[in-house]
Structures are given as structure tokens and as C-alpha cells.
Design a protein around this ligand. Structure first.
Ligand SMILES: Cc1cc2nc3c(=O)[nH]c(=O)nc-3n(C[C@H](O)[C@H](O)[C@H](O)COP(=O)(O)O)c2cc1C
Length: 355
């Protein structure tokens, strides 16, 4: 993973690299996500037959080779000319769930050509007509669930992007939404963020629980809510008819000071009581991190930046390298902990610092 990351950085344009790597504010939450995994340890069992280790899983009808998915990351042609089409190909080749960002720089139909399990992420824009149009296209292209991101009523304060006057260059623009709606993303602002201006102008900051039910009713697709950290919100999501939730702080890019997702996961999983799938993302870098998330109640574990490192370093093959490596590490960790089935992974095997 580190090798892919170094190669990715060497080839990336500096502003695009900062957009990928950066977080909000002082980047405390960004660091906390990764640090939380470094602080946990795992207690192995021995003399268990691990001749066969089974990592396969099904989530909301999607069959996966391992409980691993690609988190939505916007504008991927910033890092490779094939962008999301290559990411989807790498995901499909490794049996990984692909969640395409609403702001993909490849057309949803191109992403679908890879043929793997695929969901589409959406932000709820003020203009609901745009949203419903995108949903119809995604449905036709075989996306089987919607992931609605609910942690972004405004954009987090991403200092690196402000310092770089970062804006999305023409080659990496959204290929799915009309250029007028996306126009502000391409206009650099001195001492400001083009993306924050775009979010302020187009996203609906008045979004509430009723809107989620409306979307689920109108689209007929399962709706997964991304950006849940509080157990009460998790319960509310179940009541609102969500098909799943993603425990996420947006990779430390929204509220700086928000708790690490690994610290949020156990209480959220407990509140959900298995009624809907719980996904998690933020700071997952190793197979053993996936194992720890599963043990603490996650059904599927997403990675955001790592597949992009693979993409930037080597296109679809690089993505497959990162995702296949993660799965191989998970399988090895299951064998070495004497847990040949995902169901064997339980909270008791994880030691966490008391917080
Ligand atoms: C460059 C970048 C762009 C992102 N774009 C989106 C997006 O369009 N929609 C969304 O819901 N989350 C987006 N995210 C957040 C990721 O889906 C995910 O929550 C986060 O990256 C997980 O943390 P990790 O990178 O440590 O794995 C983005 C993250 C990054 C790094």
C-alpha cells in the first residue's frame, strides 16, 4: 500500500495530491482515523482448522469476494486519464463493491461496463429534478443501490485546497451533470475554495429525515445513508427505512474534531442490532483493519484513498493490486487468528485502549 502511495504521489499534480490526501481544519480527525487502528490489537486462537478460509459476503444483494468496498471519491481523472472506469475495472476484477461518486469524471454508463457490483453515491442538491434524472440513469446502468451522503450540509474547511486555490480542471470535470450546475467547481478563488462555493450554491443544507423517505419512495432503490456517527442517528436511519448505513466522518474532510470512525463503530453496530447492514470507512489501510472492523460489527469495510493510490500508480491494475492485496491480508489474518469464517470474528478478539 505504501509503495502504491509513493508512486502515486510522485506522478500527481501537487494541488490534486493535496485534495486527495487532505482533511479539514488541523486534520486531527484525518490522523485519528488511522491512529485508531494502530492502537488496537488482536488476540489469536490456535489449533483451529484453517485449511479453508471464506471471505465471501453479500450486502444488499451485492455478492462480494470479501467484505471490502471502494468508497466514493469524486473527480478521479485528476489522478489517471481512465479515472473511475479503471477503478471500477479493478474493483470488478477483485470482487470488490464499487461505489461511484455522484461527481464521477467518467460517465456512469462507462463505470457500469466493468460489470462488477456497483452502487451510486449522491448528495442531495436543492434541484431535486437533477437528482431524479441521475437516479434514473444509474438504475438503467445497473447500479443497485444509492448511497446518500448526509454529513455535508456545508463543505468542511479544507485548508490545503484554500491555500492552493484548488479548482477542478476541465479534464477531470463531472461527466454526468450539466456543466452549468458544475460551473463553480472549475473557477479558482484566491483565498477560498471553489468546491466549498459550489457546495454552498447547489447542495441542500435544509435536508432532513423526511427527505430520505421521499428519496427512497421515489427511486425504488435501496438507500444507504453515509456519514452516521451517533447511535441515535443509526436507530433513526433504521426507522426511516434506510437499507444500510455507512459509519463515516468523510475521511476527516468534514468536521475536524469528529471522533475516529473505529471509535464510533461499536456503539452504532449495537444500536442497529443487525437490522440493516453497517458499513464503515476511514483510515483502513491493512487487511487486519478490515478484520477489526468486522469483529466490531461492520458488515462491509470501505476504502477511499487507497484505491486512488493504486489508480494513480497503475490504472485498473494498480486498483486491483491494492484491493486484491487488502483481501489477501484479510484472509491471512483470519487464518492466523484461527477464524476461518467471517462469523467467527467477534468483539472479544479485539483489545482497544479505553477512551
Ligand atoms: C478526494 C476525495 C474525494 C471524495 N469524494 C467523495 C464524494 O464525492 N462523496 C462522498 O460521499 N465521499 C467522498 N469522499 C469520502 C470517501 O467516500 C470516504 O468517506 C473517505 O475517503 C474514507 O476515508 P479513507 O480515505 O481514509 O479510506 C471523498 C474522499 C476523498 C479523499
Amino acid at each position: 500500500m505504501d509503495d502504491y502511495r509513493s508512486r502515486a504521489q510522485a506522478g500527481a499534480e501537487p494541488g490534486a495530491w493535496d485534495y486527495l490526501e487532505g482533511g479539514a481544519g488541523a486534520e486531527r480527525t484525518l490522523a485519528a482515523n488511522v491512529a485508531a487502528f494502530q492502537e488496537v490489537t488482536v488476540v489469536p486462537r490456535v489449533l483451529v482448522d484453517v485449511t479453508t478460509v471464506d471471505t465471501a459476503v453479500e450486502v444488499c444483494g451485492a455478492r462480494l469476494a470479501a467484505p471490502i468496498g471502494v468508497a466514493p471519491v469524486a473527480y478521479q481523472r485528476l489522478w489517471h486519464p481512465d479515472g473511475e472506469a479503471a477503478t471500477a475495472a479493478g474493483a470488478a476484477a477483485t470482487g470488490t463493491l464499487m461505489i461511484a461518486s455522484m461527481f464521477a469524471s467518467a460517465r456512469y454508463e462507462e463505470i457500469a461496463e466493468a460489470g462488477g457490483a456497483r452502487w451510486l453515491q449522491l448528495y442531495v442538491l436543492r434541484d431535486r429534478a437533477i437528482l431524479l434524472d441521475l437516479v434514473a440513469r444509474a438504475r438503467a446502468a445497473g447500479f443497485t443501490a444509492l448511497v446518500v451522503t448526509v454529513d455535508t450540509p456545508r463543505l468542511g474547511d479544507r485548508r490545503r485546497d484554500v491555500r492552493n486555490s484548488f479548482a477542478i480542471p476541465p479534464h477531470a470535470q463531472s461527466q454526468n451533470i450539466d456543466p452549468e450546475t458544475m460551473a463553480l467547481t472549475g473557477v479558482p478563488i484566491t483565498g477560498g475554495s471553489a468546491l466549498a462555493t459550489h457546495v454552498g450554491a447547489t447542495y441542500d443544507p435544509g435536508l432532513r429525515w423526511e427527505d430520505i423517505s421521499w428519496l427512497a419512495d421515489r427511486t425504488g432503490l435501496p438507500v444507504v445513508l453515509k456519514g452516521i456517527l451517533d447511535p441515535s442517528d443509526a436507530t433513526r436511519a433504521v426507522d426511516a427505512g434506510a437499507a444500510g448505513i455507512v459509519v463515516s466522518n468523510h475521511g476527516g474532510r468534514q468536521l475536524d474534531g469528529a471522533l475516529a470512525t473505529l471509535d464510533a463503530l461499536p456503539a452504532v453496530a449495537e444500536a442497529v442490532e443487525g437490522r440493516i447492514p453497517v458499513l464503515v470507512d476511514g483510515g483502513v489501510r491493512r487487511g487486519v483493519d478490515v478484520l477489526v472492523c468486522r469483529a466490531l460489527g461492520a458488515d462491509v469495510v470501505l476504502v477511499g484513498r487507497p484505491p486512488v493510490w493504486g489508480l494513480a500508480a497503475g490504472g485498473a491494475e494498480g486498483v486491483a493490486g491494492v484491493l486484491g492485496g487488502l483481501r489477501a491480508e484479510l484472509e491471512l489474518a483470519m487464518a492466523l487468528t484461527g477464524r476461518p469464517c467471517l462469523a467467527d470474528l467477534t468483539p472479544a478478539m479485539v483489545r482497544r485502549p479505553s477512551r
